[in-house]
Design a protein around this ligand. Structure first.
Ligand code: ARG
Length: 446
């Protein structure tokens, strides 16, 4: 069954290719397609395009599909192109003539737009919860190990004193920026495209503000042609925020892999959390972090893929856009799983103490010695030269650790200030389930 069939049997190979993976992919959108349809039905009744009893029947039928979907029994049949067609087919088979009114004043183009925006809003909110947990754990570790020193590296050479407090805290602050970008992407996403139909509006007197309120959008996407153009644009903004988070996860994972190697041995995990080799009995591998790094690096290519997919498209709907869905769905799933497994690892991380006592790291105290001389009144460049000479002729011996007092240094991490910024940025995310929205729609039966 094709919604657009007009008496000519489409060539099956063409249908298979154009439907592509949508029969599976679109299942991510089912509950949102139903909820969007419920809002549409309530609005059609409000503007007088359907009767009260038709609205009631349509809402009840849609709700029965919502329940089927929750049980996992709603599928897209082989001869049906996508979730929008399947829902319309189900409605016609449950309600006959009334069911056929569901598509009044809309197109699959605005339907898929609204579905993706509702899906994305939920995924962003869900992701923010687990990012919040990761942030808290990193700050907890930073506080717990703030006295434990680490050599800080630049150019992969031992450089200056650092600490586990500074290292863990750095990634927490990195998440603070990622969450701001995610909040901005959410903001951009939270506008309603429903009612823009195929991208040119409709002659039917729709009330688009009503569907916006019902679906809890902040406002409309006003211009119908822009609503269509926004497909790809909003995904690009979302992908950029996901790429930023992926960058944080990837760099942290790289540090972990390096710090766990036998040359470093700064950190470790219990045997149950590392993997082995089929041939080398001694191996204890950080596969979890390698896979987080790999997946995150792939996610960092997402903005480029989306930009390529959309950059030369003329305005109006083009089928290429269909390919955006899987990219975004996979990215959310990968990130959610990666952060969850990272949390498990960080609950079990072991920290080695006394690392900087190794003579290998003697010279990381040299900048401290320069600063000690500066505090005695010696001009910086002269102090630098004096210490450099000692390092050169191997007469430099480490001094005791001096005070680090300025904001953001190892003696003054400012984790509290960072947490305040993070928590402020977290405020825009909401815990709103599809089930509650569906229930709210059912309140309009009557
Ligand atoms: N599967 C399509 C997509 O994701 C739905 C919209 C189809 N619209 C059309 N005019 N062919 O883009």
């Amino acid at each position: 069954m094709k919604l657009w069939e007009k008496g000519i049997n489409p060539e099956p190979a063409i249908i298979e290719f154009t439907a592509g993976r949508d029969r599976k992919t679109d299942l991510h959108l089912t509950k949102w397609d139903i909820i969007g349809s419920m809002a549409h039905v309530i609005m059609l009744n409000d503007v007088g395009l359907i009767e009260n009893n038709e609205k009631n029947d349509l809402l009840k039928a849609l709700h029965s599909l919502f329940v089927l979907d929750e049980k996992g029994t709603l599928v897209i049949e082989n001869d049906v192109e996508d979730i929008h067609s399947q829902i319309e087919k189900e409605m016609a088979s449950i309600l006959g003539t009334t069911g056929k009114k569901i598509h009044t004043g809309r197109s699959r183009n605005d339907q898929v737009l609204v579905d993706i925006r509702l899906y994305t809003r939920e995924e962003i909110d869900r992701l923010s919860v687990i990012i919040g947990k990761l942030f808290n754990r990193l700050q907890e570790l930073s506080e717990q190990y703030k006295e434990v020193l680490l050599p800080g590296y630049t150019h992969m050479q031992p450089a200056m004193l650092s600490s586990f407090g500074l290292w863990f805290g750095a990634y927490a602050e990195s998440l603070t920026d990622d969450i701001l970008l995610l909040a901005e992407a959410r903001n951009l996403n939270n506008r309603n495209p429903l009612g823009t139909a195929a991208g040119f509006g409709t002659t039917l007197p729709l009330n688009r503000k009503l569907t916006s309120e019902l679906l809890e959008f902040d406002d409309l996407l006003y211009n119908s042609a822009y609503a269509s153009l926004s497909r790809g644009k909003v995904e690009l903004a979302i992908a950029s925020s996901l790429a930023s988070l992926a960058q944080t996860l990837s760099r942290f994972s790289m540090d972990i892999c390096l710090y766990m190697s036998s040359e470093f041995r700064f950190i470790d995990f219990p045997d149950e959390y590392v993997t082995g080799s089929s041939i080398m009995p001694q191996k204890r591998n950080p596969d979890v972090f390698e896979l987080i790094r790999g997946r995150s690096n792939i996610i960092q290519t997402l903005p480029g893929q989306i930009a390529m997919l959309t950059s030369n498209l003329p305005s109006g709907y083009n089928r290429d856009l269909q390919l955006l869905k899987q990219l975004i769905f996979d990215a959310f799933a990968d990130l959610q799983e990666s952060v969850e497994i990272m949390m498990l690892m960080l609950r079990n991380i072991r920290i080695r103490k006394n690392i900087t006592e190794n003579p290998l790291y003697n010279t990381i105290f040299s900048t401290e010695e320069v600063n000690r001389l500066v505090k005695e009144g010696i001009p910086f460049r002269d102090a630098y030269k004096a210490v450099a000479e000692m390092v050169k002729n191997s007469s430099f011996s480490r001094t005791s650790v001096s005070d680090y007092i300025h904001e953001g240094s190892i003696g003054n991490l400012c984790n509290k200030e960072i947490a305040e910024i993070f928590n402020e940025r977290m405020k825009c995310f909401k815990n709103r389930s599809a089930e509650n929205l569906a229930k709210k729609m059912m309140g309009h039966v009557g």
